[in-house]
Design a protein around this ligand. Structure first.
Ligand code: HEM
Length: 278
């Protein structure tokens, strides 16, 4: 008897460690780590050079059109697109932390307004840069991010509307979707680098980002996380098999995000910072 009672709880504990809830926590943690690293990179490459007027650094950032001498309007829109992204990344994740939400409601409200407003600003300026300024590597490769940009205002409006109506369940649902969409740009980098890691190099990718893998990843970077989130919501009231599928899926996302964070930091952001500042 004693042996059975020792073995059983251990098994339960092993499975419960890989629960949906824990998977979501690890996924959010990996996302937050990636956001902090991305924010640091953006501060070094865009904010600091803008503050000290080092336009030669802005020109070396490797952007498609980026900072260009004599284009005041284009430069203003470019900088107002990339600089707030650093703050935006981190502020979004703080909205998801339950203890902050529950204990600092006023902060949650103002940070939420800031995040959603800046998200819409990012979408509008991004659409301008892509289709008016022509900062795109290919037309087909830009369709994924364009749909992302069009969906942001829709989900922001829904999240805001349900907050005003005090319908918290629907508010949370659409706010999380808005968060995923607003982070699509970062997720694309994480998905791309995880893909390179899994294939040990390019596979269906090219330099104009319109290879089959590039196009699939440009949609997957927000469609997959949105679908996984819906799966988790469904799993709350579904049977064991759905819960198991949801748990495995969430852990795959968490591991993929973690790998994406490490590979993006090592092979995408660090080399550029070293090249510019050394
Ligand atoms: C709110 C969501 C968005 C955020 C936070 C965001 C953030 C960023 C960041 C940080 C960069 C610089 C990346 C780097 O240097 O590695 C960037 C570049 C860019 N983004 Fe966005 N973005 C968003 C939405 C969009 C959308 C919806 C589009 C297009 C439809 C877009 C188009 C662009 C373009 C074209 C560039 C490159 C500009 C150039 O290189 O000249 N962005 N974005």
């Amino acid at each position: 008897m004693a042996e059975v009672s020792l073995v059983r709880p251990a098994k339960v504990r092993w499975f419960s460690a890989f629960s949906i809830h824990n998977g979501l926590s690890v996924w959010c943690g990996a996302m937050f780590g990636a956001q902090v690293l991305f924010a640091f990179y953006l501060l070094c490459i865009y904010l600091l050079p803008t503050l000290v007027g080092a336009t030669e650094i802005l020109q070396q950032s490797g952007s498609i059109k980026g900072y260009q001498d004599g284009d005041a309007v284009g430069n203003f829109i470019f900088l107002s697109h990339v600089i707030p992204a650093a703050l935006l990344s981190v502020s979004g994740t703080l909205q998801l932390i339950p203890s902050i939400r529950n204990n600092h409601l006023q902060y949650h409200r103002w940070n939420g307004r800031f995040f959603l407003t800046m998200g819409v600003l990012g979408a509008v300026t991004g659409l301008y840069l892509t289709w008016v300024r022509g900062a795109r590597l290919s037309d087909i490769g830009a369709i994924g991010i364009t749909l992302n940009g069009l969906l942001i205002p829709v989900f922001v409006a829904l999240a805001w509307r349900f907050a005003l109506l005090k319908q918290w369940n629907s508010h949370q649902r659409f706010a999380v979707h808005a968060y995923i969409l607003i982070n699509g740009v970062l997720s694309f980098r994480l998905f791309l680098m995880s893909w390179y890691f899994l294939n040990q190099g390019a596979n269906g990718n090219n330099s104009t980002l319109d290879g089959p893998a590039d196009i699939a990843l440009s949609f997957a970077c927000y469609c997959v996380p949105m679908a996984v989130y819906e799966l988790c919501r469904w799993a709350q009231s579904a049977g064991r098999s759905v819960r198991s599928v949801a748990a495995v899926t969430v852990w795959v996302m968490a591991c993929g995000t973690f790998i994406g964070m490490l590979t993006a930091a090592a092979f995408m952001w660090s080399p550029k910072l070293v090249a510019i500042y050394s």
